[in-house]
Design a protein around this ligand. Structure first.
Ligand SMILES: [Zn+2]
Ligand SMILES: [Zn+2]
Length: 347
């Protein structure tokens, strides 16, 4: 079970943490200021997706590096064209003369995304972050960036005067354990329920044995073993997983609108920038950002269940409620009576 939260308040830097309720397997969208994120949360992050490297979206890279250094961890980092050079420039700004002696190795596997190919390079702390040879891979247009056991992630290119990325996280089927069914069958709760979920998501055969363990007796595997098929039928209910979408720094242009609606389609939670109030829509366009009304309209047109706003301009300090209200009004407005995305005077 996954949920998304903004690490900073809406006037702060963009960064969204997608957390699993049960697993140490978080995903981060953008690397704004991360000081509010506890080190124990940073150490659960396995994948980071950077929309673009404007400073408010990338300055948190150093926090990740600082916390993970000296630990046995591998983080996969994804970003737009030019990303390998930009990560390397960050890494090469420090002195790494003593790291060969570290007993643990921190690795960054960095992927630069282009519309038709990806370039990846591994950087290891103990090798002083000298990059290993670059590997290149051709990709098809709809190919996910990652496909993990519990989730997959896709991206789409948008225009911010530079090509950059918006992301979509999709939890694979959500597997709900029916507590009353466990009780009826006299089965305990424990680690084995995670093994069961994993086996289902991996598509293991019905005959696959699941060893039952009991949380109240320290989760030691017991002798009791049941087949996957039986457990799937009796104690599990499978529903669609969470869809979480992240859109930032987008001018409200016909091409961007089309692409945002594609990536955000029917999301459970859309996290979308709203830098300006609609009365400043001309300034928003000049700076390649959305207004709160445009964000609300996009959320409604994409049929998302709910949305969160971020990236408020500091000029509205003390007026966050006005931005929230404006987006909510556009989101809830009936389709037959839409607000104009450009004309501030239309009510
Ligand atoms: Zn930007
Ligand atoms: Zn920005």
């Amino acid at each position: 079970m996954y949920s998304a939260l903004l690490i900073n308040e809406p006037f702060g830097d963009p960064a969204v943490l997608i957390k699993s309720k049960y697993r140490h397997e978080s995903v981060l969208f953008d690397l704004g200021d991360l000081h509010k994120l506890a080190p124990r949360e940073i150490l659960k992050i396995g994948h980071i997706f950077v929309s673009h490297t404007h400073v408010d979206h990338f300055i948190g890279f150093d926090t990740i590096l600082r916390i993970c250094l000296g630990r046995n961890r591998r983080i996969r980092l994804f970003g737009p064209p030019g990303f390998l050079f930009q990560v390397e420039s960050k890494l090469h700004s420090y002195t790494w003369n003593l790291v060969e002696n570290y007993s643990n190795d921190f690795e960054l596997l960095v992927t630069e995304i282009h519309p038709s190919h990806r370039m990846s390079r591994l950087y290891r702390c103990r090798a002083a972050f000298r990059g290993e040879p670059v590997t290149e891979e051709k990709i098809s247009s709809n190919q996910p960036l990652v496909e993990e056991t519990f989730f997959s992630i896709r991206c789409i290119f948008l225009d911010h005067l530079i090509p950059y990325l918006a992301f979509r996280f999709e939890e694979r089927s959500r597997i709900n354990i029916m507590k009353n069914a466990l009780e009826t069958l006299g089965l305990p709760t424990g680690r084995w329920l995670m093994d069961l979920k994993e086996a289902i998501l991996q598509g293991r055969p019905e005959s696959c044995p699941i060893r039952i363990s009991d949380k109240s007796s320290g989760d030691r595997p017991a002798n009791r073993v049941l087949p996957l098929g039986f457990l799937k039928e009796k104690v599990v209910r499978i529903t669609r997983g969470q869809r979480i979408c992240y859109v930032t720094d987008a001018i409200y242009s016909p091409e961007n609108i089309k692409r945002i609606l594609l990536i955000a389609d029917s999301a459970d939670h859309l996290l979308i920038e709203a830098t300006f109030l609609h009365e400043d829509h001309e300034k928003a366009a000049a700076k390649y950002h959305l207004t709160a009304r445009q964000a609300g309209l996009l959320a409604r047109q994409a049929s998302v269940k709910r949305f969160s706003l971020f990236h408020f301009s500091p000029k509205y300090k003390g007026a966050a409620a006005a931005l929230q209200h404006e987006a909510k009004e556009a989101f809830e407005r009936p389709l037959s009576d839409p607000l104009s995305p450009f004309d501030a005077a239309t009510r």
